[in-house]
Design a protein around this ligand. Structure first.
Ligand SMILES: Nc1ncnc2c1ncn2[C@@H]1O[C@H](COP(=O)(O)OP(=O)(O)OP(=O)(O)O)[C@@H](O)[C@H]1O
Ligand SMILES: [Mg+2]
Length: 395
């Protein structure tokens, strides 16, 4: 229990300065001197500045940011491909900066595997050997690692390429070899640096789907770098945004879309297809103000003093949506039912799937149900229209 609630990875006050004497430059960086001023006055590059983050077990944690913002630099600290100028990196509570060289080798072999931005394959080894390398150096028998490597090559769609060499493959194929290699080691933590960037859109989408399925099945913890916000939104439980080596926002997809902290994040989020990225639960009215429970439609009369349209439930079972006019017509005997409609949506539905329902005539309000089919609030067309308008920003 305690193990699951403590973060798997914790990064504390991590700073990385590139240059000949980073320790001498550190005080200036700590004092807040800008990246460009540090470069101009000292010739050092601020790679990362005072990064604090934690990654939970089993989550897909996405790191985004423009080219040069420090994404690769940050992920390379997780398995100590580089050591920080200052700060701490803890995995399962253990400070990995204190690992001896031997322990570090074990840690890299068993705990984390990485898919590199530029593939990082061994050119003089065939595809099968590249994929099985991690297991072979763990001391597994060739019959075992070869078999497993074959299976992962199938998963990434490269069956039949076992004996080819990396240079004989396209960029996208090499990237998939890198992915198969990382998955083949059984490491609990996967570090993926732009792991899908060389893939064409169709295969990229397929790989994302596979990664999500795999994560669900194997409960891996994945740190995933991407430039592409659509990819980030699809994969990420949480998304961190880097700018000039600083972490400027960490949040869920909807935080990033609806509450960007500044223009840099807003720019990332502006072209996102919100209908595809946001769910009903993100914009619904969660209060029961417009959900009235009573035995007969007549019981709604009081609530109609404040609202023109309401969701009616009877013993907490959804009856339908009723409007003031419709109820009046029903009471006057002009129509047979007080209900405007009986449609509803689920809180987990993407806006995209509820749009056709919402657009139907008279559906100004839709009841929202949870996974137990209980009414938990309502969704208005106004809320949908507002969030889908290009200028909308909750902040
Ligand atoms: N070994 C190094 N020596 C000096 N500077 C470096 C080194 N590695 C990275 N940097 C600098 O650190 C900053 C961040 O680089 P990094 O490669 O982490 O960016 P990135 O966000 O991964 O970019 P991209 O999207 O292009 O891959 C850049 O300013 C870069 O010039
Ligand atoms: Mg990079």
């Amino acid at each position: 229990m305690e193990n699951n609630s403590t973060p798997l990875i914790e990064i504390e006050s991590l700073t990385q300065i590139f240059g000949n004497t980073p320790e001498k430059v550190l005080p200036k960086v700590n004092d807040g001197m800008s990246k460009s001023d540090v470069l101009a006055t000292t010739g050092h590059t601020v790679g990362l500045r005072d990064i604090n983050l934690s990654v939970n077990r089993g989550e897909i944690f996405v790191i985004m940011g423009l080219s040069g913002s420090g994404k690769s630099t940050l992920i390379r600290h997780f398995n100590r491909l580089i050591d920080p100028t200052a700060g701490k990196i803890k995995v399962e509570g253990e400070d990995i900066l204190t690992l001896s060289p031997k322990e570090l080798i074990q840690f890299r072999r068993h705990k984390m595997s990485m898919v590199f931005q530029h593939f990082g394959l061994m050119p003089h080894h065939c595809v099968l050997d590249n994929v099985g390398y991690g297991l072979s150096i763990q001391g597994k028998k060739p019959s075992i690692w070869k078999n497993k490597a074959k299976q992962w090559l199938e998963v990434v769609g490269l069956e039949g390429y076992e004996d080819q060499y990396p240079s004989q493959l396209s960029g996208g194929q090499q990237q998939r070899v890198g992915l198969a290699r990382a998955l083949c080691t059984d490491a609990e933590i996967l570090l993926m640096d732009e792991a899908f960037s060389a893939l064409d859109p169709l295969i990229r989408y397929e790989m994302q789907t596979q990664l999500i399925e795999l994560q669900g099945k194997l409960q891996k913890t994945i740190i995933f770098i991407t430039h592409d916000l659509d990819e980030a939104l699809r994969l990420g439980d949480r998304i961190a945004v880097l700018k000039d080596g600083e972490m400027i926002q960490v949040g869920t997809s909807e935080d990033i879309i609806l509450n960007p902290v500044d223009d840099y994040v807003r720019d990332f989020a502006k072209d996102v297809n919100r209908a595809k990225a946001l769910k009903v639960k993100h914009i619904m009215e969660r209060s029961k103000n417009r959900v009235i429970d009573c035995d007969s439609a007549e019981g709604l009369a009081d609530a109609f003093k404040k609202h023109d349209i309401l969701v009616w439930t009877k013993s907490n079972q959804l009856q339908g949506v009723v409007s003031k006019n419709r109820l009046a017509a029903y009471q006057a005997g002009r129509i047979d039912s007080p209900l405007l409609h009986q449609s509803s949506v689920k809180e987990k539905d993407y806006l995209q799937t509820v749009l056709p329902i919402a657009l139907l005539a008279d559906h100004h309000l839709l009841p929202v149900l949870d996974s137990d089919n209980q009414v938990i609030g309502c969704l208005s067309n106004d809320a949908i229209a507002e969030v889908l308008s290009p200028s909308f920003d909750a902040a």
